[in-house]
Ligand binder design. Structure first.
Ligand code: MSP
Length: 648
């Protein structure tokens, strides 16, 4: 059991939590859960950064005292995280007394070492960044981040001899390629270190700012907010004496976005060197989310609140989307269109259908219990091989924070299992009463589903547990052995009772009402709201109720679909309408629907239509649909119902 410690930045309390904070904290939660699954002793820290000018100004703007203000905003963060299924071990606040004591302890150690001196300094100070800028760093005389002119301030302050440690830091980064990752940020820091970064001003006179931690060696000054904030990573672990510090610091990883690379990659390790504290293991740096390609900002009114998205599309979909969409290290654009598109493609079609059709087949063919697995043939062995690769890649990529690649690998297995169902055609095996073979096929599928569900626990914890429960498996982290999952395929116990139905990810339609983000173009998976229908014919022909009652309309699940070999406009569907055999329906919908988006969907079938041949293939009924200019919508129940249910 190796220790693994993961931290997020501690967020400023001058703004409410938004998508950016949500992303970092969800990533930290997922990686911490992944290490817990692997059996590592894991500690996950997040919190709020509550001192400094910025906070005082925000409190004033709100007509509040700093203390009252920071308590309120910090509470927003603390209350949000559990609702996003974020299971942090501690929430640290820089206004906690234990944090202040630790900051003073470290300051004293650095001071005693002779690494702090007093000096007069005049420079361009940006209140937004709470730091001095050199002439070279300013762009057209303005702060490059805030585009505001800095204030020239001349005052006496304390300085940390950071320059003394820059060369040892450079050597450490050179010798430890894993220290800062992804590579582009490692390179960025190495080129930063080629410049003369000088020393770091670490105090603010109380005449100017009192909302901070007093220097232990001069009560007329408070600590610079970054020197204070970075120490949260060890004060939370009760440095220097705490058991948590001794247990977890050796496995310390910090997760940040690119905006705060320099404090984490330069200030913090040099502070640690001076204080005689071992350096952290790894800094992991991600890119920035924009919203529809635009910077997220209050004034543009496009700030995405994480909880809104989770409420609208489901928490699992939101967490999955964030991890799958952003290539870790690069910037990414958030849009609801992309979220809905991915939801429908990956979750509703691929994963949701795999679950719904496999569980319903287990019920239909084996009374709802996991069948025995007999000898495997080459098609089955291919599934096992693809599964092994998918899981091994998933684990390796997740470990290295490459979440989008990890999920893509896992989906190789999801998609292959869907293909394997089509290829093995369990309905035909059943029809021919090849029950031993049918049992093996279903076992291979159900076991693959169990593995997928388990690997998804770090990403979507409660849905993963629900998927496992549908397979009759109780999630127990103590018994999970991820490495063994890769090498063996026989985890499910034959005879286990599985759920009859699964409706984990019902397809979503895009709903841009109540959304801050401006709409972009629609995607194929997320059709626009249709135009009102043309008025009906003036005098429809009336029929007797008895005529209507002649129709036998049934709900059925599309189990397989393929193009008609001889007609481009036709699809050949195999639909489970609750009868002993699947119904073959030939439908003229190929122009609007691709075969793979239909599988797993429930449709309404006219079940008592006389069978007829369409381009050489027998069709036993019709599916009901609404044709419009915008496309063709299929009719189906609003929630899953048993196949064969009569429409009345
Ligand atoms: N208080 C400092 C951090 C001190 S850590 C010792 C701070 N706070 S912050 O509230 O501004 O948070 C910055 C962090 O929030 C980023 O590094 C990132 O984790 C997250 N994000 C904020 N906006 C973001 C995006 N638009 N996109 C992705 N993440 C971003 O800096």
């Amino acid at each position: 059991m190796s220790p693994f410690f993961i931290s997020t930045p501690i967020y400023y309390v001058n703004a409410r939590p938004h998508l950016g904070h949500g992303y970092t904290t969800i990533v930290a939660d997922s990686i911490s859960r992944f290490h817990r699954l692997q059996g590592d002793a894991t500690y996950f820290l997040t919190g709020t950064d509550e001192h400094g000018d910025k906070i005082v100004q925000a409190a004033e703007a709100n007509g509040q005292q700093p203390r009252e203000y920071v308590d309120a905003i910090s509470a927003l963060f603390q209350e949000l995280w559990p609702r996003l299924e974020i299971a942090n071990d501690q929430f640290i606040r820089t206004t906690d007394p234990k944090h202040a004591a630790c900051v003073q302890h470290v300051l004293q150690a650095v001071y005693d070492k002779g690494d702090i001196y007093f000096d007069e300094y005049g420079g361009h100070y940006c209140f937004g960044c709470e730091r001095f800028y050199t002439d070279k760093e300013l762009v057209d005389g303005k702060c490059p981040d805030h585009q505001t002119a800095p204030t020239f301030i001349k005052e006496k302050n304390y300085f940390f001899r950071m320059s003394k440690y820059l060369e040892p830091l450079r050597q450490h980064i050179e010798a430890n390629p894993d220290f800062i990752q992804p590579e582009r940020y490692r390179n960025e820091v190495l080129s930063m270190l080629k410049e003369d970064l000088g020393d770091l001003c670490i105090s603010r006179p109380k005449t100017r700012l009192t909302w901070g931690i007093e220097l232990p060696f001069d009560r007329d000054f408070v600590t610079y907010v970054w020197f204070d904030a970075l120490i949260n990573y060890i004060s939370a672990l009760d440095y220097p004496q705490g058991a948590a510090y001794r247990k977890y610091w050796a496995g310390a990883h910090h997760l940040v976005a690119k905006d705060i690379l320099k404090p984490h990659a330069v200030f913090w390790p040099t502070m640690l060197m001076s204080a005689g504290i071992p350096l952290y293991q790894g800094l992991r740096v991600h890119g920035y989310w924009t919203v529809n390609e635009t910077k997220m900002s209050k004034s543009l009114g496009n700030v995405i609140a994480p909880l809104d998205m989770a409420h609208k599309y489901g928490l699992s979909a939101f967490r999955y989307f964030l991890l799958a969409e952003m290539s870790f290290g690069q910037d990414s654009s958030f849009s609801e269109e992309a979220l809905v598109g991915r939801f429908n493609a990956d979750l509703a079609n691929d994963l949701g259908n795999l679950f719904s059709r496999s569980l319903s087949m287990t019920h239909k063919y084996f009374g709802g219990t996991v069948p025995e697995c007999a000898d495997l043939n080459s098609v089955d062995r291919e599934v096992l091989e693809i599964g092994q690769n998918a899981m091994a890649n998933f684990q390796a990529q997740f470990e290295h924070f490459q979440f989008s690649r990890a999920l893509k690998s896992l989906w190789d297995l999801v998609r292959h299992l869907n293909k394997y169902i089509d290829l093995s055609a369990p309905w035909t095996l059943y029809k021919n009463q090849e029950l031993t073979r049918l049992g093996t096929v279903l076992y291979v599928i159900l076991e693959g589903m169990r593995k997928i569900a388990l690997h998804l626990w770090p990403v979507m914890p409660s849905t993963s547990e629900a998927m496992l429960a549908q397979l009759g498996v109780r999630f127990d982290i103590q018994t999970v052995d991820l490495a063994a999952e890769v090498s063996s395929w026989y985890g499910l116990v034959p005879g286990t009772v599985v759920a009859e139905r699964s409706n984990l990810f019902p397809r979503q339609d895009l709903d841009l009402q109540d959304t801050a983000a401006p709409a972009a173009k629609k995607t194929k998976d997320a059709p626009a709201k249709p135009a009102p229908a043309k008025p009906a014919d003036a005098s429809p022909q009336l029929i007797e109720f008895e005529d209507f009652a002649k129709l036998d309309l049934r709900v059925g699940t599309v189990m397989a679909a393929e193009k008609h070999p001889e007609a481009d406009r036709l699809l050949v569907l195999r639909i489970d309408t609750g009868e002993p055999e699947l119904r073959q329906v030939v439908a003229g919908i190929a122009e609007f629907w691709s075969a793979d988006t239909l599988v797993g969907r429930q449709v309404v079938v006219v079940a008592n239509l006389k069978p007829r041949k369409l381009r050489g293939l027998m069709s036993q009924g019709m599916v009901l649909a609404v044709k419009q200019d915008a496309g063709l919508a299929l009719l189906g129940p609003s929630a899953a119902v048993p196949d064969g249910s009569k429409v009345s």
